[in-house]
Design a protein around this ligand. Structure first.
Ligand SMILES: Nc1nc2c(ncn2[C@@H]2O[C@H](COP(=O)(O)OP(=O)(O)OP(=O)(O)O)[C@@H](O)[C@H]2O)c(=O)[nH]1
Ligand SMILES: [Mg+2]
Length: 192
C-alpha cells in the first residue's frame, strides 16, 4: 500500500480538464479489463476508490487520484473493449492525445493479464513509449489465476521478451505483490 492518503481528484474527459499543477504522474495503461482500476484500489488500500466492473470498459475518462500532495495516479480508459468504432476511437484519441501532450509523466505502468500475450495495442503502446523515452514497467495482473510454477514461467517469458523492463507480478484479489510495487513506486517518485 502507498503511504496515503490517496484521494480521487476528478475525471477528465478531455486534455484541458487534466490537472495543470505540474505534479508528476504515474499512469496506469492497458487493455480493458486488465485490472487498472482494481490496482488503484489495491495501492490505495481502499476497495471503493476506483470503480471496477466485470463489464469491460468501465473507465471511460482519465481519472486522477492524488497521492498525498506529491504525485498523481492516473487511471486511463482501457483500450480494445468495444466493437463500436466511433466510441472506441474517441477513447483512443483521448489516450493518444494524453500521451502526446507533454504532461509530466514520470512512469507508465502497463498492465497485462499474466495469462495472455500482449495484444497489438499493448505492443503499439510499448513501441510508442520506447520511442518517446517514457519509462515504463510491466505489471502482470491476475496472478491468482495461475499456479505458482506457471506464474514463475510466465514471468520468465516476459523477462526474456522484455529484458529492459521492470516486471511486477500481482494479484488484486489476493493482494499479492502490491507492497513490492507500492514500495518501488514510492522510491521512484521520491524527490529528496
Ligand atoms: N482474479 C482476479 N481478478 C481481477 C484482478 N484484478 C482485477 N480483476 C477483475 O477484473 C475485472 C476488471 O477489473 P478492472 O479493474 O475494472 O479493469 P480495468 O483495467 O480498470 O478495466 P477498464 O476500466 O475497462 O479499462 C474485474 O472483475 C476485477 O474484479 C486480479 O488480480 N485477479
Ligand atoms: Mg478501469
Amino acid at each position: 500500500m502507498l503511504k496515503g492518503p490517496v484521494r480521487f481528484v476528478g475525471p477528465a474527459h478531455k486534455l484541458a480538464a487534466c490537472p495543470q499543477d505540474g505534479l508528476p504522474e504515474v499512469v496506469l495503461a492497458g487493455r480493458s479489463n486488465a485490472g487498472k482500476s482494481s490496482l488503484v484500489n489495491s495501492l490505495a488500500g481502499s476497495q471503493k476508490l476506483a470503480r471496477v466492473s466485470r463489464t469491460p470498459g468501465k473507465t471511460r475518462q482519465l481519472l486522477y487520484f492524488r497521492v498525498r500532495d506529491d504525485w498523481y495516479l492516473t487511471d486511463l480508459p482501457g483500450y480494445g473493449y468495444t466493437a463500436q468504432l466511433a466510441v472506441r476511437e474517441s477513447f483512443s484519441e483521448l489516450v493518444d492525445s494524453y500521451f502526446q501532450a507533454d504532461r509530466p509523466i514520470r512512469l507508465v505502468l502497463l498492465l497485462l493479464d499474466i495469462r495472455h500475450e500482449p495484444s497489438q495495442d499493448d505492443l503499439g503502446l510499448m513501441t510508442f513509449l520506447h520511442h518517446h523515452g517514457l519509462p515504463y514497467a510491466l505489471v502482470l495482473t491476475k496472478a491468482d489465476k495461475l499456479a505458482s510454477q506457471a506464474r514463475r514461467r510466465r514471468r520468465e517469458d516476459f523477462a526474456r521478451s522484455y529484458p529492459e523492463a521492470e516486471i511486477f507480478v500481482i494479484s488484486n484479489t489476493k493482494r499479492e505483490g502490491i507492497k513490492e510495487l507500492a514500495d518501488w513506486l514510492e522510491a521512484e517518485l521520491r524527490t529528496d
